[in-house]
Design a protein around this ligand. Sequence first.
Ligand code: OAA
Ligand code: NI
Length: 256
Amino acid sequence: MQIPSQDFLTQVISTLKDYSPCDVADALLKFGLPDGGFFPNLNQVSSNDSCSVGVAYTVTYAPMDDPRPELKQVSYIDQAPPGSMIVIGLTRSAQLPGAPYVKITNALYGGLMSTRAKYLEAQGTVVFGRVRDVSEHRALNYNVWSYGTGICAPKGAVKLVAVNEPVEVLVEDYYNKNEEGSSRKAYKTIYPGDIIIGDENGIARVPVGRDVYDDEWLSKIINYIPKRVEADELVAKDIMDGKKAKESQKIRRANL
Ligand SMILES: O=C([O-])CC(=O)C(=O)O
Ligand code: NI
C-alpha cells in the first residue's frame, strides 16, 4: 500500500477543481465505492455557486458531559492548513439517524471562523451540525455546508475534543436494506488527508492512502472523470438533436 506523494495529490486536486461532486461520484461508483463518496443531508449554506476541493482537516466537538477533556490550548481555526477543507463533526453520542441529524441545537461554526479560514486559504468548511451567520459566509464568498442553521454559539453546549482525528458520521439509508431486512445504518468516516469536494449538490469524500485507495486507484479516478463528462456532454447534444435519452446514454457510455 502506497501513500500518494504530495505532488501527485496536488495534481489530483487541481484536476478535480474542473469537475463537480456529481462527476466524482460517477467515478467512485465505477471504481468500487457503492455510495459514490456521498455524505447525505448537508446543504450548501453559502450562496456561492462554485465548487470547492481540498484536503480534509478534521475537528470533533463533544457534548459537555463527554468524558474526554476539552482541548483548551488548541484553536483549530488558527491552525487550518492552506488548501484544506475544514470538516467539523460531533461525537456519536450527539448524532441522530434522521432529521435534524444532531442533538445539539447550538451552531458549531460561524462567520468569524469563516473569516479566519478564508484568510488562511482554506477552501471551504463542512459542518455535520448547525452553523450561524449565514450572510457572513455569503459576503465572504466562502463555501460552507451544514445540516442546518442556528443562532446560539457553541460555547457552553459543546467542547473541542479532537483535531486531525477521524470524524464519524451517522448515515441511515431507509431503502437499501441490509441482509436482515432493516435499514442500513452506519457510521461513515472522513479521515484527515482525504480529499473533499463540494458544491450546491452536496459533498463527496475521495479516500486517500487507505486500503486500496493508493495513487494507482486515484489515477483511475482522474482518468475516468473527463471521459465520462465528455460522454454525457455528447448525450446532451444527442438529446437536443431529438434522440432518445436511453439509447444515447447506452451508446455514448458503452466503453465506460
Ligand atoms: O461565536 C462563535 O463561537 C461562533 C461564531 O458566531 C463565529 O465564528 O462568528
Ligand atoms: Ni459570529
